[in-house]
Structures are given as C-alpha cells and as structure tokens.
Design a protein around this ligand. Structure first.
Ligand code: NAP
Length: 308
C-alpha cells in the first residue's frame, strides 16, 4: 500500500512510521507538515493539497494532525479516492465523522477510525473475561503530567483540542470496548484553568444496563511523579479485573493474564491492511460520543490559571 502521513508530529514519528515498517506491505511515499518535518528520503509537503496534486499514485493516507483540522483534510483525501486512517479522536464532532463515513461509503474507499489503546493485547483478553457478566464496581483513573506528554502542544488547550480528554478518551475507548453492555454518561464535572479553553481535569459518573452500581472515571493532567492509567472492574460473581498502564497489563483475581498480539500500532496497521483488502470501513464513534456527552452534561468549574 502506497501511503502518506499527513500531520507529521510526535505520534507519526514515534509510532506510525515504525509500525508500518514492522507490519510490512506499506511504502511510505510522502509526509505533510506545515513546517516541512518528515522522514529523510521521503518527499515532504507543506499542505495536503500539495501532496494530493504531486502525482504520487497513492493508495492511502494516515491523518495524524490535531483533530480540529482533520475533517477538511480527510474529506479531500476521501474525495481523491484514498483509503483513510484517522488517529484518535477521529474528529471534533460526531457530525463531521458521520459525514466522513458517508463520504467514504459513497466513494467506495475505506475509513478507519483508530483507537490505539483498544489494540493493546490484554484489552482483547479483558473483553473475553467480562463478556456476559454484570458489573458491581468499575472505575477509571487516568492521571498524567501534561507537561511531560504534551510539551509545547498549544492545540490541546484550544477549542476542539479536547484538553484532558485527549488522554481520557483513550480510557473511554478501552472502557467501551471491554464493558459487557452499553455505557453512557450520567454526570460530569470539568475543571477549566482560568486561562484555558479546555479542561485540565474531569470527573465522570457513568451508567450501564450491565451494571448494578454507578461507575466512575477521573482524568487529571496535573499529576507529576509517574502516570497512572488504570481501569478496575468487579463483577457480581466476584471476579476482580485490573487493566494497568493504559491497557498494556491485565490482572484477573490478582494473577497476571498475558495478551497476545503485535502491540498497539502494529495491530492498527495489520487491521488497516485487512480492511482495505476486504474494502470494509471500521468507524467506531462510541468514545467520541461519551466525551461529547461529558461536555453536554458537565458542570464547568473554573480553577487557577495553568501555564506549561
Ligand atoms: P503533534 O506532535 O502536535 O503533531 C501534529 C502534527 O500535525 C504537527 O507536527 C503539525 O506540524 C501537524 N499539523 C498541524 N496542523 C496541520 C495541518 N493543517 N496540516 C498538516 N499538518 C498539520 O501532535 P501529536 O502528539 O502527534 O498528536 C496528533 C494526534 O495523535 C492527536 O489527535 C493525538 O491525540 C494523537 N495521539 C498522540 C499521542 C502522543 O503520545 N503524542 C499518542 C496517541 C495519539 P506542523 O506544525 O509542521 O504543521
């Protein structure tokens, strides 16, 4: 597959390029960043329009820009007949991603809304363990230091930047994948620094017909001294399941359960190749819907200004 990466920044270099190489079957033939950052030996462009008119005989694109500019870029790529992989979150509104799905179907190309955390091998094992169960207790704790994980990334604080939901949506993507029933948001409190347009922390109460209690989620970007990315579930028949380190480690009743699979981003690129071979899109809006609903029902609490 002849592929280009649009929005060449941290995740493109850290994960997309090595994962394509690891999986094989991909040829990176172009990159786009407004500052011309890319990979040595691969043509780089400063806009997606320039890429699309360069005559590269592309099959596909991976769009790894900040989410706020993704819709217009994806729309043009789909219109150009390219299979399109979207980094998470796939857009800033449900409506624009639904429209991309419609456009991809009309054009006969594949749209893949990726949620990398779901591709951690232990997540599939957790799905199996929780299938058909009733949940007695469930909590998400997602705390990290924004200064460590998003140095100098101003877009995360702007409208459409998601704030602490940028990592929090990863937790919601795992939760929605492993939960043995529908999940929805009952209420939320969102903590906005006085100088920022997006929240730095959030507390959510979730509900599900597959649970006998309310469920909690806590996201916090003000946490230094090591990150905590943990999901705990307890079932009415007494099973205790813990997913740690962002879904990369699973414990069931205190015993480590190994997962099998190639790892997050290689698994994404394996799936993309399969989807293209089968001409089938994979569009999952649930984590974005849960996030949007948290903003809809959330109480806004203003806190002291935060500077990077
Ligand atoms: P980033 O380092 O800021 O990279 C985004 C890149 O997009 C920038 O280098 C920027 O380069 C480029 N860009 C911005 N606007 C553009 C436009 N209009 N056209 C073309 N390129 C544009 O951000 P990131 O951390 O890689 O995150 C990108 C996405 O990946 C986000 O949705 C994030 O949630 C997701 N993600 C990030 C991580 C992580 O650890 N960082 C992990 C998983 C997923 P120029 O300024 O040169 O244009």
């Amino acid at each position: 597959m002849r592929i280009a990466i649009i929005g060449f920044g941290k995740i493109a270099g850290d994960q997309h390029v090595p994962s394509m190489a690891k999986v094989g079957g991909y040829e990176l033939v172009g990159t786009v960043s407004r500052q011309g950052v890319g990979v040595e030996g691969v043509p780089s462009f400063t806009s997606h329009s320039e890429l699309l008119s360069a005559g590269l005989d592309l099959d596909a694109v991976a769009i790894t820009t900040p989410p706020s500019v993704r819709y217009a870029i994806a729309r043009d790529c789909i219109e150009a007949g390219l299979h399109t992989l979207l980094e998470k979150p796939p857009g800033v509104t449900l409506g624009e991603v639904e429209e991309l799905a419609r456009a991809a179907e009309a054009k006969g190309v594949v749209l893949f809304t990726t949620w990398h955390a779901q591709h951690n091998p232990p997540v599939a094992a957790a799905v199996e363990r929780l299938r058909g169960k009733t949940i007695k207790a469930f909590s998400i704790v997602w705390r990290e230091d924004v200064r460590k994980w998003h140095p100098g990334q101003l877009w995360i604080w702007e409208p459409g930047g998601f704030g602490v939901f940028d990592p929090g949506i990863n937790a919601l993507s795992i939760a929605s994948r492993i939960f043995p029933g529908a999940l929805f948001v009952r209420d939320a409190e969102l903590f906005f620094p006085a100088n920022r347009a997006q929240p730095i922390a959030a507390k959510l109460t979730l509900e599900s017909p597959a649970a006998v209690a309310q469920l909690s989620a806590e996201f916090d970007w003000r946490h230094s001294g090591g990150e905590e990315w943990t999901i705990r579930a307890e079932t009415t028949d007494g099973m205790k399941l813990v997913l740690r380190d962002g879904g990369s480690k699973l414990e069931v009743d205190g015993e480590a359960v190994p997962g099998t699979g190639p790892g997050e981003y290689p698994s994404i690129y394996e799936e993309f190749a399969e989807l293209v071979a089968q001409k089938r899109s994979h569009v999952d809006l649930t984590p974005l819907r849960l996030t949007a609903d948290a903003f809809l029902v959330g109480r806004r609490t203003q806190i002291e200004a935060f500077d990077d």
